[in-house]
Design a protein around this ligand. Structure first.
Ligand SMILES: Cc1ncc(COP(=O)(O)O)c(C=O)c1O
Length: 391
């Protein structure tokens, strides 16, 4: 057989998606993959019904339907205060997943270094590998998952050309403070580096924490590529509508890469999703309230069960890291398989989010409906049966 692409050799199957399969196999409640149960907004469903008849059913303009890009620009300006040119500064992609890869491919050459905070969302490693870049990892240390500015600076001194910043952060639950963002912005400017942000949880932030966009900080617009999507904010993870916003020089490259890889996101779904972007501020307040309730229900429930979490109060996103050190497992993967099979709850092994060896955490998501979370908590009350004899 002719040789395969050696760059793909380090890639493994996604643990998140694999654990969802394990959950299905054991009829476990899936708290592995991060998706909510509730429907997308009614305006979107109505528009989908209308467009199913009226179209468009053919290709959209590759960089995204003009109507959607204009709506994205309006929303971005309303929330971040920065005007965005829908023609020259936005590309609509197949989810933030594609946006992140396209962003990297637009600024990184094979052999370049990319700084990544660890723990990190699993795609960032493979994205760097596909782009031919070498990751330089910067630890976010438990229990607060803060970074050390000297370690960030050391990554830039090693030559990192770009920093990938997930904010709010999956899986750590961090929503970086003004001070932290200023530190990162100053270092990116000092070392003339790009910042590629993943902001899919921008509207799932728990007060008093607030979301700060890197691109909105002084001096950062020209060196920041903001990636986000409609997946989490409008409960439409299956629609695969995301976007990338950046300065025109980057966007003109990103448009070409995106065009040759996908031609474009689904035209019918782009059109149908557009009214979501014009929802009033009350929509976002109610979304936040929904997640505050789910977070409180789930974390209080875990607390009642005496389940130890790595960080009691996530600041953003909808994940919690549970500490399994007391259960006596050598492998967090084995623990997660047993959790699905014997307790009936799907989780993701924490080790897959960390560059450094880590075996004592699993990730659960609390995006699911309250009834599902309550059911999951009932099952988790049996988690102590996984405790191994020598412990
Ligand atoms: C940090 C982060 N980025 C991106 C994604 C995927 O986003 P999308 O559905 O827009 O591709 C996820 C999904 O869990 C995520 O947690």
């Amino acid at each position: 057989m002719p040789a395969l692409n050696h760059r793909a050799e380090p890639l493994s199957d996604s643990w998140i998606r694999s654990m969802t399969q394990v959950s299905r196999q054991h009829e476990a409640i899936d708290l592995a993959q991060g998706f909510p149960d509730h429907q997308p907004p009614q305006v979107v469903l109505d528009e989908l019904a209308r467009i199913a008849h009226d179209g468009p059913h053919q290709y959209a303009i590759s960089c995204g339907s003009p109507r959607l890009r204009e709506a994205l620009a309006r929303k971005q300006e309303a929330f971040r205060g920065t005007p965005v040119d829908p023609e020259r500064e936005i590309v609509v992609t197949c989810g933030a997943t594609e946006a992140m890869l396209v962003a990297l491919l637009s600024v990184v050459n094979p052999g370049d270094k990319v700084a990544i905070f660890t723990p990190y969302y699993e795609n960032f490693g493979p994205d760097s590998i596909i782009a031919g870049a070498t990751p330089v990892y910067i630890p976010l240390r438990e229990p607060t998952f803060e970074f050390d500015a000297d370690e960030v600076e050391a990554a830039f001194k090693k030559g990192a050309k770009a920093l990938i910043l997930c904010n709010p952060s999956n899986p750590s639950g961090r929503s970086f403070t003004h001070h932290e963002m200023d530190v990162l912005a100053a270092l990116a400017q000092k070392y003339d580096a790009w910042v590629i942000t993943d902001e899919v949880y921008e509207h799932i932030v728990y007060p008093p924490h607030e979301h700060i966009s890197m691109a909105a900080l002084p001096g950062m617009w020209d060196r920041t590529i903001t990636c986000s999507s409609l997946s989490k904010t409008y409960s439409m993870t299956g629609w695969r509508i995301g976007y990338l916003i950046g300065p025109p020089a980057v966007v003109s490259v990103a448009k070409k890469i995106h065009d040759f890889v996908t031609v474009g996101a689904s035209s019918i779904l782009q059109e149908a999703a557009t009214p979501a972007l014009d929802l009033p501020p009350e929509y976002y307040a109610s979304l936040q309230e929904t997640y505050i309730q789910r977070r409180d229900l789930f974390l209080n429930g875990l607390d009642d069960l005496k389940v130890t979490t790595s960080r009691t109060e996530p600041e953003g996103g909808y994940y919690v890291l549970v500490d399994i050190a007391d259960y006596g497992y050598d492998s967090d993967e084995d623990f997660c398989v047993d959790l699905a099979e014997k307790v009936g709850v799907g989780a993701v092994p924490g080790s897959m989010f960390f560059h450094e060896p880590t075996n004592h955490l699993i990730r659960l998501n609390f995006a699911r409906d309250e009834a599902v979370l309550t059911n999951a908590l009932n099952r988790l009350s049996e988690m102590s049966k996984l405790r191994r004899a020598r412990f």
